[in-house]
Design a protein around this ligand. Structure first.
Ligand code: ZN
Length: 412
């Protein structure tokens, strides 16, 4: 993932988090998923029908709220001739703001992945599953289910399994036919097995190498024992792929259903991959931290100073970091300064140190936006670290959610 992809993903994730917190009083929040190829006129026709049906809703407030939400969505749709290229989602409804206050809000999201099916949904919370599903990373894995008789090669893209090639062998069974010597039979059998493994290795390598290597995460091999172990140890895959084998998994079938069995069997290992990568980075950070002259910085200020010097090799940002950089100015003189503040805490009362007039926050920028952009410009790597594991949690709680592994010690 490039920085801007990682950053977009982070932003999208946060947008969903905000949507998840929004609730209405009754069944009156509308979620409308519109694929790119849907006719807007079909959508408006259905919404008008829903508007008519809403007249039957018993609760007066729910009825009014659903109808005004539908009117608001229809008004928004009138600006579109056709959906945007990946489709879009419209969320609308009367939202609770706390303290008995409500507001009719319309939020339009153009998702990072295409919307594939049309959906109208009305409930007390917004329907977010299809968008949440997009957060699951679309990595590609090579799949191979193998025994001595049959092998199937496939790809796992995101959550979709594609069977690509099935191969069968002419390896004779264990029972020799009359007239053959036992020794000769055994030799022929081993040669046939070896040839079949070679054929599988070549066939699988061709398919796996056809995937853009930056999207290709690794190879999963399934099969009965000891076949898969034999195949692995014999190094029948291309040497680049051999290095990318993630694991061997027990699987009973070696046809297409074996690929599904393989993905199930490997699911824990796959979920751990991202965390393993993040863990390694955090462990490196911790090692540097405890060593003499360790190349680390942490906390907003120290990391910023190192960034400004160009000393940061990798910036580590907690996925839970929610802060803004506030631009603070004096209302009277030229005094200005920048502060990092928690999201939403904009109440501010302070006097100018130069002229004692009121200071004011004139602008805020999301800290993650600001820092990733800075890193982008300077060619510095950024890693987003989840709080789902111990060291990741420590990054958030002990180091303020921001840390860096340094290129050199800038002495700040
Ligand atoms: Zn001043």
């Amino acid at each position: 993932m490039t920085i801007s992809q990682a950053h977009k993903r982070y932003e999208f994730k946060r947008q969903l988090e905000e949507m998840r917190r929004k609730t209405g009083k009754g069944t009156e929040l509308i979620s409308l998923y519109i694929p790119y190829d849907k006719l807007i006129s079909d959508v408006t026709a259905q919404l008008r029908a829903e508007h008519g049906q809403a007249a039957n809703i018993k609760s007066k407030s729910t009825r009014t709220n659903v109808q005004s939400a539908l009117e608001s969505v229809l008004a928004r749709l009138s600006y579109y001739n056709k959906p945007p290229e990946r489709g879009f989602v419209i969320f609308c409804g009367k939202l609770e703001l706390g303290g008995h206050r409500t507001t009719l809000d319309t939020i339009i999201i153009e998702p990072p992945e295409p919307i594939t099916s049309y959906k109208y949904h009305c409930d007390s919370s917004f329907y977010l599953e299809p968008l949440e599903y997009m957060l699951v990373e679309q990595k590609t894995f090579g799949l191979l289910a193998v025994d001595r008789r049959e092998a199937t090669v496939g790809l796992l893209r995101g959550k979709v399994i594609e069977a690509r090639k099935r191969m069968t062998s002419t390896v004779p069974g264990k029972q020799r036919q009359g007239g053959q010597s036992a020794k000769r039979f055994q030799q022929l059998r081993l040669i046939a097995i070896h040839d079949f493994y070679k054929k599988i290795g070549n066939g699988a390598s061709e398919i796996f190498l056809s995937v853009d290597h930056k999207d290709f995460e690794g190879v999963l091999i399934g099969g009965p024992s000891p076949t898969k172990e034999e195949f692995f140890e014999g190094e029948f895959l291309h040497h680049e792929l051999q290095k990318k084998i993630i694991g061997l998994f027990d699987v009973a079938y070696t046809d297409e259903s074996g690929l599904h069995e393989l993905v199930d069997a490997a699911s824990d290992a796959l979920q751990d991959l991202d965390v393993i990568k993040q863990k390694k980075i955090m462990q490196r950070f911790m090692q540097e931290l405890v060593s003499d002259g360790g190349l680390v910085a942490y906390g907003d200020q120290q990391v910023r100073e190192n960034l400004a010097m160009g000393a940061v090799g990798t910036l580590l940002i907690s996925e839970d970091l929610r802060q803004v950089r506030a631009d603070i100015r004096c209302q009277n003189c030229d005094y200005t300064r920048k502060d990092t503040r928690e999201y939403g805490s904009y109440d501010f009362e302070e006097k100018c140190p130069l002229c004692s007039s009121d200071l004011k926050i004139v602008d805020t920028v999301d800290v993650v936006d600001e820092l990733t952009e800075l890193c982008d410009q300077m060619g510095t790597g950024v890693e987003f670290i989840s709080t789902d594991f111990e060291e990741g949690d420590q990054l958030m709680r002990a180091f303020g959610g921001i840390a860096a592994i340094l290129r050199y010690n800038a002495g700040v």
